[in-house]
Design a protein. Sequence first.
Length: 192
Amino acid sequence: MTGMILDGVLMILLVAALAYGVRLERKLSALRAGQQAFASAVADLNTAAGRAESALASLRASGQETDLLHDRIVKAREVKAQLETLIARGPETPRPAVREAVIEPVPSAASPIAPVAPVSADEERARRMAALAERIQGMAAPGAVRAAAPAPGGNNVAAILGALTAGRSANQTAKQTLNPRRRSLDEDLFAA
């Protein structure tokens, strides 16, 4: 009779071990599924970090392009202001008056017409450069009275260089005002 009791107790213990094994198997399968979900979440996080890194690089590049664009806008505004002052100072071009048709006699072989000498390209270029230098000097010193028109190639180069360096100093000032704003935007971006 003790053998049967021991066999009964052993059977009960085996059934309990079997139930515990089934429960343990369910928990282990849930743990494996959670581990796979965690691995896929880590992979998604890795791809998102790569996207964020590339987006940050493109943001920095667009920030540099924005700085260049702002510099160009500042230069364009300066040139526009200079052109407006030149237009305001410039003499009004007289409109050609309507002339009545005058019939001139046809020259005969006895009265030859003197041929007009063509202007060379170098002379024309020198004349235009002198006119440009005169305009630039007029911008640099609006109240100054000039004694005579500058000779072609005389002080023209100095006047042109002076006008160009004035534009560069304005460009440097614009860059200096933009750099602190850009740094604060970078700090705000990385603080978030």
